[in-house]
Design a protein around this ligand. Structure first.
Ligand code: ATP
Ligand code: MG
Length: 268
């Protein structure tokens, strides 16, 4: 991976925010106001999903869609629709809304200036789905240092120029790692990890294993916590899961569930 340890020119901490497809069209005014507050303290990069939009259009076009271990099997036709919805509709909507709140957003996808280079995971079973290997962090640095907010659709190119779809949770983790971000934040349609309806304020890798085994964490929360754990490192000490139906930042703190590695720091 192309690494640049401290990306920002301004010396502020960098925060990568993944906005879930589950919440993209239901983000609250409190979310946008608190994001503006957050951006006064952090350099931010946004990565977004768009699964529900892709599924909706595939259904309308009668194109079959299947998931294998939470990843969408991506044929050439599916990729065309994913591109249309992610790079066109969702990225455009989000960038427009962010700029409506004065946030200086710039819409990008992984094809732009080699922003995201991926390798095919398994063409046979998954089709055109990639794992991010390199991130052009220099492009992000240029934008951030000039006060822009990069908003990235999770599409990438392989080294030989093949277009691929990338799971947004994994894309956010890879970008956070490559960009030397201190924090990674998953914004979804629930306020954090819930147990019997109550928010778990903080948790660890060990606890998460137990919560998955007990069925407390299920469905879309599983790939999210797994990518959270894989992203933790000496440098990226904290991953948060938060909800976009409310404020995500209050009195200097990010709200939601905080995931920490062993002793607050992961081994890798
Ligand atoms: N313990 C848990 N606490 C909170 N949510 C949970 C838990 N276990 C499972 N979930 C589910 O995880 C969902 C969030 O993941 P999901 O993949 O649906 O959203 P997303 O990642 O934000 O969106 P997208 O995948 O479209 O980008 C919640 O809506 C909830 O149904
Ligand atoms: Mg998800």
């Amino acid at each position: 991976m192309t690494m640049s340890k401290s990306m920002p020119a301004t010396g502020r901490e960098t925060l990568v925010i993944k906005l879930g497809g589950s919440i993209l069209y239901r983000l609250s005014p409190q979310f946008f106001m608190s994001l503006a507050d957050l951006m006064k303290e952090y350099n931010a990069v946004i990565v977004h999903g768009g699964g529900p939009e892709i599924t909706y259009m595939l259904n309308r076009l009668n194109i079959e869609t299947t998931f294998i271990n939470g990843q969408r099997k991506t044929t050439a036709k599916v990729l065309e629709v994913a591109e249309m919805m992610l790079k066109g509709k969702v990225n455009g909507h989000l960038t427009g809304t962010l700029n409506g709140h004065g946030l200086n957003a710039v819409g990008l996808c992984g094809y732009d200036a080699d922003l995201l280079t991926a390798s095919l995971i398994d063409r046979e079973s998954l089709g055109l789905v990639g794992d991010i290997e390199e991130v052009n962090t220099a492009l992000l640095t240029v934008l951030i240092s000039e006060g822009y907010l990069p908003v990235i659709a999770p599409l990438a190119l392989t080294k030989d120029g093949t277009k691929v779809n990338v799971n947004a949770d994994l894309a956010a983790a890879a970008i956070a790692k490559a960009a030397g971000a201190e924090k990674l934040l998953y914004v979804t349609d629930v306020p954090g990890i819930l147990h019997e309806g109550k928010l778990i304020p903080d948790t660890t890798a060990e606890e998460i294993e137990g919560l998955i085994a007990d069925g407390v964490i299920s469905g879309g929360m599983i790939p999210k916590v797994k990518s959270a754990l894989s992203a933790l490192s000496r440098h990226l000490k904290e991953v948060m899961i938060t909800g976009g139906q409310q404020a995500i930042f209050k009195d200097g703190s990010i709200l939601g569930t905080k995931i920490k590695g062993k002793g607050g720091v992961a081994a890798s």
